[in-house]
Design a binder for this molecule. Structure first.
Ligand SMILES: NC(=O)c1ccc[n+]([C@@H]2O[C@H](COP(=O)([O-])OP(=O)(O)OC[C@H]3O[C@@H](n4cnc5c(N)ncnc54)[C@H](OP(=O)(O)O)[C@@H]3O)[C@@H](O)[C@H]2O)c1
Length: 297
């Protein structure tokens, strides 16, 4: 299986380099190999390589900054996926793409399913939703995985921010009225590889078959509780931190204003992944422990 991986240096892209390797030849590209704002470059790359599968891990992920850079967010998150989908369809490739819990407004009381109405609250969420639509508008074959709260040892994320603050401060307020599932980049990459393997040995997707899946780890919690878990695990592993888990105060979203509005409920129901691929989502905890073991304390 010839695979073109875009975004090899991101959190998920870095894990995909490892997870996709057993499936076949992986041609891994970073920003220097293909700028996703350059449609001609996308078509030239795909046309020259003619892969069987394209995995797009590129994205504009700066949620707050997107509010002041809507054109760039739109170019990378909405237009580029449409160009990729067209290029994939032209050579018969399956496109794998990632989207976000931020397509929802967070007002639902229970976990979101794929068929729930969308209502993004900010530029980032709107641009990602437009990317989903751009892919689905092409008569091609695609898998879109909506995920949430991504973390891993490679790249910037909430876990790294909390570890940095916990080394500097003995008091911290963290938002407690937003709930979601921290999702390891390694899990996203492994589920992607498992789904591709399953499809390679099963029925080929039809032209025009664009499938959407929710992909998030089990055991959702608030940002505040997640911060407490991060600090507790780090201390148990011998990290020298100033901040104790009990010193992390629960604050509200209103106490911590940000340029972009975020959903209060980010929980994603992943039953469809189970039904179609026989995959069940594990808890994020062992991945957090492993990440902290690998980071320099
Ligand atoms: N991070 C989260 O919490 C989160 C939550 C929900 C969904 N998601 C989705 O999950 C997917 C993976 O996210 P992630 O956390 O792995 O993202 P990430 O770490 O921010 O990586 C994004 C990658 O895209 C690349 N990129 C950005 N603009 C580009 C351009 N113009 N041309 C080429 N490459 C470009 C970046 O390149 P550089 O390395 O050169 O900057 C980076 O390697 C994305 O679709 C994201 O929307 C993420």
């Amino acid at each position: 299986m010839k695979i073109l991986l875009l975004g090899k240096d991101g959190q998920v892209g870095w894990q995909l380099q490892r997870a996709l390797a057993p499936l076949g030849g992986v041609h891994a590209c970073g920003r220097a190999d293909c700028d996703m704002t350059d449609a001609a470059a996308i078509h030239a790359l795909v046309g020259a390589l003619r892969p069987a599968v394209i995995v797009n891990a590129t994205a504009y992920t700066a949620v707050d900054k997107a509010e002041s850079e809507p054109a760039l967010a739109e170019a990378i998150n909405a237009r580029a996926p449409g160009e990729l989908a067209a290029a994939a369809a032209a050579c018969g490739a399956l496109l794998v793409h990632y989207s976000t819990d931020y397509v929802f407004d967070g007002g639902k009381a229970t976990p979101y399913v794929e068929t729930d109405p969308v209502a993004p609250q900010g530029v980032y969420g709107r641009s990602k939703l437009a990317g989903e639509a751009a892919i689905q508008a092409v008569a091609g074959r695609s898998l879109i995985f909506r995920t949430s709260w991504v973390f891993g040892e490679h790249g910037g994320n909430f876990v790294r921010t909390i570890l940095r603050l916990a080394a500097q401060r003995d008091d911290l307020g963290v938002v407690a009225d937003q709930v979601g599932s921290p999702t390891p980049a390694a899990l996203i990459a492994d589920v992607t590889a498992a789904a591709l393997l399953r499809l390679a040995h099963g029925r080929r997707l039809e032209i025009g078959e664009n499938r959407l899946y929710h992909l998030a780890a089990a055991n959702p919690l608030s940002w505040c509780d997640f911060a407490r878990e991060i600090v507790a695990v780090a201390i148990a592993q011998g990290w020298g931190l100033r901040l104790a888990p009990a010193a992390i105060r629960a604050i509200t979203t209103a106490d911590y204003p940000t340029p972009a509005r975020r959903p209060a409920n980010s929980r994603l129901d992943c039953s469809r992944l189970g039904q179609d691929f026989g995959l069940s989502m594990p808890c994020w905890r062992p991945y957090l422990a492993r990440m902290l073991e690998r980071l320099p304390a």
